[in-house]
Design a protein around this ligand. Structure first.
Ligand code: 5GP
Ligand code: ZN
Length: 141
């Protein structure tokens, strides 16, 4: 169901225009206006769901099932060197539109405008630390 005041629901319904890349019964894909790199595409479920926490297995399955063919379409079109898939959950993680979406960002080189830099801290964790953390998370799944 369309969610009031959700721009991506309005894109799905056609109320807000978009550059459609792909559409079927469950999923809509369109160009991100920001075009971080050429071909930057958003893949969204047609059914409104705020973020990954609120997403059912069925919607998540439908969404991710379409990602390979859309990614291959981008690859075929622009021959990028790679593609980053990214989905932000929560404002702190950079989510600005609260309708679940997967960014597909084709990569053309280190200076292509997308800078997914993060520092690694592997040295600060022992095998025991990792085991403790993994068990903690597992106990909440
Ligand atoms: P987020 O920041 O939530 O991960 O990503 C939201 C994305 O939606 C942003 O990259 C932004 O450029 C894109 N966006 C926001 N409004 C519109 C719109 O009206 N049309 C399109 N095509 N993209 C939008
Ligand atoms: Zn929505």
């Amino acid at each position: 169901m369309e969610h009031a005041d959700c721009i991506f629901c309005k894109i799905v319904s056609g109320e807000i225009p978009s550059s459609k890349v792909y559409e079927d019964d469950a999923v809509y894909a369109f160009l991100d206006l920001s075009q971080v790199t050429k071909g930057h595409t958003l893949v969204i479920p047609k059914k409104h769901t705020k973020d990954i926490y609120e997403t059912s297995d069925e919607i998540a399955g439908d969404l991710f099932a379409r990602v390979p063919k859309i990614a291959k379409g981008i690859k075929e079109t622009f021959q990028p060197l790679g593609i980053n898939m990214l989905s932000n959950t929560g404002e702190a993680a950079g989510q600005s539109v609260f309708h679940l979406h997967m960014h597909l960002i084709p990569r053309y080189g280190k200076e292509d405008g997308f800078n997914p830099l993060w520092k690694t801290n592997g040295d600060a964790y022992s095998q025991d630390d990792l085991l403790t953390i993994s068990k903690e998370i597992n106990s909440n799944i």
